[in-house]
Design a protein around this ligand. Structure first.
Ligand SMILES: [Zn+2]
Length: 148
C-alpha cells in the first residue's frame, strides 16, 4: 500500500527506534508499504519516518536485482574509502525547499538485518551510497535543512 509522504518537521526531527528481531513478523506490511511508496515515488531510497513510522527501516532500489530491498536496523560502518563528493541533494519530505549541497562518502558499507532475519553487510557507491546516507540521516532525525 502506498502511504503519504510525511512533511512534518516535528516528526522528521525525531530519532527512530530499532526493531527487535522477535517483532519482525508484525512489521511485514510496513516493509511492503515502504517498498511500495518508494517505488511509486521513483526514489533510490526512503526511510520509515518519511511515511510516519519512527522505526529504523530503510528501503532502497537495488539496481542489480531490479527490486526494492528493505534494510532493518541499518548501521553505517567506518568509511571504506576516503573519497567524498559534494553534490546538491533534495528531499521528497521537503518539497518546498531547494536542493542543498551535502558532502557524502562515495563508498559505504552498511550492516543491517533483512526482513527474513538474516544479518547482512552491503557496500554501495555513488548515487546509491548518497541516497542511503540521506536515509540514515532520517533515522537519526536529521534533515537537509539542518546545519551540518
Ligand atoms: Zn529526505
Amino acid at each position: 500500500m502506498i502511504r503519504p509522504i510525511i512533511q512534518s518537521p516535528s516528526l522528521l526531527g525525531q530519532v527512530s527506534e530499532p526493531i527487535l528481531i522477535e517483532e519482525f513478523d508484525a512489521y511485514h506490511s510496513l516493509f511492503q508499504d515502504l517498498g511500495d511508496t518508494l517505488h511509486n515515488n521513483g526514489r533510490k531510497s526512503m526511510a520509515a519516518p518519511q511515511i510516519g513510522i519512527l522505526k529504523r527501516i530503510i528501503g532502497f532500489y537495488n539496481s542489480e536485482m531490479e527490486a526494492v530491498n528493505i534494510l532493518v536496523n541499518p548501521e553505517l560502518n567506518a568509511p571504506i574509502s576516503q573519497w567524498q563528493d559534494e553534490l546538491y541533494e533534495s528531499c521528497i519530505s521537503l518539497p518546498t525547499h531547494s536542493a542543498v549541497l551535502r558532502v557524502r562518502w562515495h563508498d559505504i558499507s552498511i550492516n543491517a538485518v533483512m526482513p527474513g532475519g538474516d544479518k547482512i553487510q552491503l557496500t554501495f557507491s555513488g548515487s546509491t551510497a548518497r541516497a542511503l546516507q540521506h536515509s540514515l540521516d532520517h533515522l537519526n532525525g536529521i534533515i537537509l535543512t539542518d546545519p551540518i
